[in-house]
Every structure is written in structure tokens, then in C-alpha cells.
Design a binder for this molecule. Structure first.
Ligand SMILES: NC(=O)c1ccc[n+]([C@@H]2O[C@H](COP(=O)([O-])OP(=O)(O)OC[C@H]3O[C@@H](n4cnc5c(N)ncnc54)[C@H](O)[C@@H]3O)[C@@H](O)[C@H]2O)c1
Length: 447
């Protein structure tokens, strides 16, 4: 060994010894003035291992998020948006094309009257637009050659579930995390996709395959926007309400049994509705949101797989794009099939299965599609979901009664096949053999 090398080894040994006279475990408290954003916080601890060759880190990330029911959010006298954007000097928004056609004038008027400059990207957001290309397009708008949003500037997203997924994903990528405020203008976006942390785009024939956990900092739910929602999309959104009713809230289930069809007919108590129905509509939305966020908001990063809101979403992500079904109808088939499977497993009785299926059919949701007879596809979907849910189990939420659920860790192929046969037999006796109204995507879905 040369002199030079032996000297440097000695120096390193000295440095190592000196280092470990310092605190081997460090937690830093950060000064508030350095905080990046009012919504996000993070702490960490670093522990040096005495071998001088490794150290361990544990870190936590916390976020503040809010869900708020608001009436007439674009009425210029409504302070909600102005309070967020006035002090920031502008509002950068991504707006669904159809929503822009219907509400663009009111939106622009709102910001004009409140003297807040608005920079808006109008974005077509059909299911077939749920692609990485659309995410890139939004990123170009948000990025330094576009509006150059700050990492502390909440982008306003207004639209349905497709836009909330892709624009939310773009926000998660912009500066690695840019906050956003979500106005869910469809029922799906208002009570499910909007407040959800799961932003995404479709991948190669597997829905929502690529994404990030990035919830909005504020979700605004304005039921009056559902007035213009086509009936088919109202029905579609009801599926996400029913999934929470079945798995978590028996009162919500009863409300849906009693008022579901009237809520569809009145565009959620916006057209020809009396005061009683308006109150019911608010209660249904609040209950659905509360049930959803009770589980989602306490498990924002899906670090646990006991997720009731995945009911109806175990096999459907695989068959939904192939059958070109509207999301709510795919979920309807998934929920009804799940109820029959739960019956086969002895988790619910026949009357409960029939009640779940009857609630779906009462508002025109599909409960059967021959695509579920494709065993290969179903098993592939099951395999995909098992991998997605961490491989420790399938963890398929299935009802254990009306308003409660359990999680099936395994569904062996034999059981899956016999449940499909039983479901087919049962649905053959239903009007239309379980087909729903307007069940197919009108924008031709994924190609
Ligand atoms: N991230 C999640 O956790 C999550 C949860 C549920 C669903 N999703 C996703 O959400 C999507 C479905 O969402 P969706 O049903 O809102 O579909 P969507 O976004 O396609 O919206 C439905 C249609 O309604 C239009 N629209 C929206 N608001 C309107 C209004 N107020 N008046 C008139 N028209 C209006 C839209 O332009 C669109 O044509 C699916 O891609 C699904 O995968 C995501």
C-alpha cells in the first residue's frame, strides 16, 4: 500500500469516528417561513448506522384537503372561488369542453366581476381522450412555456371524472406536485373521481393503469350543475352512490330505493323538484361523499387494501373498455355480479342479493353483460387487480349485508365460473336480461 493511500484511509477513519460523535438520529424541525405550500407538510428522521456505510430514513407526508357543498358556485356574489384566487392575482383553470360550452360565459363573468384574471384551457375530455397525450397537452399549458404555474398555486379544474383524472395527473407531474381545486360537474366527479386522490390516465387496454396519488386541496360540489347533465350520465353517476350505499350506508341505500328514479328524472332535484326532493338530493350527495371520504380520506395513498369504494371495480376495469360500457354500467355489472358471488360465498342471503340488483335496475343501470362469460378475460382482470392491490390478496370488496362489506382475499377460478353461471341464470329472468339504459359509450371508447 502506498503512503498516499494509507494516509487517506486513516483520514476517512478519523472522519467516520468524528461523525459518530454527532447525533446519530436526526429529526429536523423546519421553520414555517420556508414552507412550500399551506396544504402540504412533511417531516423526516434520519438514523446513521454505526458501520458508517448506511443510514435509514423514515418520512411522513401530510396534506390538508377539504370537501364542500356549495350552491351556485359561478354566481358572482358567491365568495368561494374569489377568496381562493383574489390574493393570488389570477386563476389558471382547465375546463371540460362541454362544461365550457354550457358554463364558460358564467365562469368568465364570475372572474371578471370579481376582477380576477382568468387563464383557461378548454379541454375535450371524452373517455377516448383519457390518454398520456392529453396529460401532455395540459402540462404544456401549465408549464413554463404556458401559464408557468407556481407549485403553490392551485389550478382550478372543472369537469367530469375524465378531466379530474387527467388534469389531476398533470398537476401531480407539474413541479412534481402542484395543488388543484376540483369542481366536479358530473355526479361521478362530484362524489367520487373529484375528491379522489387517484389521478390517472388509461393505459394499454387497462383502465386507469398509470397515475399518481394526488387529491385536490378543495373539492367543490355544486348540485345545480347537474341540471344540464344528460340523464344517461346522471344514471351513470348513481352507480358510484349505490356502491357506497351497499358497502357502507344502509340509510343511503333506502333513500336510493325510495327516491333514486326521481333523482334521475329531475336531474338530481334541479328540474320539476319539490323542496322535499331537494333536501333528499343534498342528503344523498352528502352521505355518499361522507361514506366515500370516510374510507378514502383516511387511506389517501392506498397503503391499505380494505377499500369498500372498490366494490364493483374488481373485474370491471378489464371488461369495461373491451365491452365499451359507460363506467357506471360497468360498475353496475360488477356490483351485481359481486352480489351474486357474495351469495354463493354465503356472505349475504338471496333477498339481499335481489335487493342490490333491484336497486341498480330500478334506475336503469346494467346488471349483466355477456362479457363476464369470457373466463380468460375475467381471470386476467383478476390477476391484474391482484398485482395492483399488492399481490397479498385480491381483496375484492363484497357485501356482507345491506350497508356493510368484507374483502375476499381469494376467488378461485371454479367459484368465479359458478358465480358467473348463477348470475347469468338469475339475470335471464330480469326484464331485458339485465341490460341497462344507454349503457354504451357514445364517444366510441378506447381504440
Ligand atoms: N379517480 C377515481 O377515483 C375515479 C373514480 C370514479 C370514476 N373515475 C373515472 O371517471 C370517469 C367517468 O367520469 P364521468 O362519468 O364524469 O365522465 P366524463 O368526465 O366523461 O363526463 C361525462 C360527460 O358529461 C359532460 N359533463 C360534465 N359535466 C357536465 C354538466 N354539468 N352538464 C352537462 N354535461 C356535463 C362531459 O363533458 C362528458 O361528456 C371514468 O373515466 C372513470 O374511470 C375515476
Amino acid at each position: 500500500m502506498s503512503n498516499a493511500i494509507s494516509t487517506s484511509v486513516a483520514v476517512i477513519e478519523e472522519v467516520k469516528k468524528a461523525d459518530f460523535t454527532f447525533d446519530p438520529s436526526i429529526r429536523r424541525d423546519h421553520a414555517e417561513k420556508y414552507r412550500t405550500s399551506e396544504w402540504y407538510d412533511g417531516r423526516g428522521e434520519i438514523r446513521a448506522v454505526e458501520d458508517g456505510r448506511s443510514f435509514q430514513i423514515s418520512a411522513t407526508f401530510t396534506l390538508e384537503s377539504e370537501v364542500r357543498l356549495v350552491d351556485r358556485v359561478f354566481d358572482p356574489s358567491n365568495p368561494v372561488l374569489a377568496e381562493i384566487y383574489k390574493t393570488r392575482g389570477r386563476c389558471v383553470a382547465v375546463v371540460d369542453q362541454t362544461v365550457n360550452e354550457l358554463y364558460g360565459e358564467s365562469l368568465r363573468d364570475y372572474f371578471k366581476q370579481n376582477e380576477i384574471p382568468l387563464e383557461a384551457l378548454v379541454c375535450r375530455a371524452w373517455e377516448s381522450d383519457k390518454t398520456p397525450d392529453t396529460v401532455h397537452k395540459i402540462l404544456a399549458f401549465l408549464g413554463k412555456d404556458g401559464c408557468d404555474v407556481s407549485r403553490n398555486e392551485p389550478v382550478l379544474i372543472i369537469g367530469g371524472g375524465v378531466l379530474s383524472d387527467v388534469a389531476g395527473l398533470a398537476c401531480s407531474l407539474q413541479h412534481r406536485r402542484t395543488p388543484y381545486v376540483m369542481i366536479g360537474s358530473s355526479i361521478v366527479a362530484a362524489i367520487d373521481a373529484g375528491p379522489s386522490p387517484r389521478t390517472c390516465t388509461n393505459g394499454n387496454l387497462f383502465k386507469n393503469g398509470i397515475g399518481a396519488y394526488h387529491p385536490p386541496v378543495l373539492t367543490i360540489v355544486d348540485r345545480t350543475l347537474f341540471r344540464t347533465l344528460p340523464k344517461g350520465h346522471i344514471r351513470n353517476g348513481m352507480a358510484e352512490i349505490i356502491k357506497m350505499a351497499v358497502t357502507d350506508d344502509p340509510i343511503l341505500f333506502e333513500l336510493m330505493e325510495k327516491y333514486g328514479q326521481r333523482l334521475v328524472d329531475t336531474h338530481f332535484a334541479n328540474i320539476d323538484a319539490d323542496e322535499e326532493l331537494e333536501k333528499v338530493a343534498d342528503e344523498v350527495i352528502y352521505r355518499a361523499l361522507y361514506s366515500y371520504m370516510k374510507h378514502e380520506g383516511t387511506n389517501m395513498f392506498e397503503t391499505y387494501q380494505d377499500r369498500p369504494h372498490a366494490y364493483g371495480h374488481t373485474w370491471s376495469p378489464r371488461f369495461e373498455p373491451v365491452a365499451k360500457l359507460m363506467h357506471g354500467h360497468a360498475v353496475g355489472v360488477g356490483m351485481a355480479f359481486g352480489a351474486t358471488l357474495a351469495l354463493e360465498m354465503g356472505w349475504i342471503n338471496e333477498a339481499e342479493r335481489n335487493r342490490i340488483v333491484a336497486l341498480c335496475t330500478s334506475i336503469g343501470l346494467s346488471v349483466y353483460h355477456p362479457i363476464i362469460e369470457d373466463t380468460d378475460l375475467m381471470l386476467k382482470g383478476q390477476k391484474n387487480i391482484r398485482r395492483k392491490r399488492g399481490s397479498s390478496g385480491l381483496w375484492a370488496p363484497l357485501p356482507t349485508g345491506i350497508g356493510s362489506c368484507g374483502f375476499a382475499g381469494e376467488v378461485p377460478p371454479d367459484l368465479l365460473i359458478s358465480a358467473v353461471e348463477e348470475h347469468k341464470r338469475f339475470c335471464a329472468s330480469l326484464p331485458g336480461e339485465g341490460k341497462g339504459e344507454e349503457m354504451y359509450l357514445s364517444d366510441l371508447g378506447l381504440e
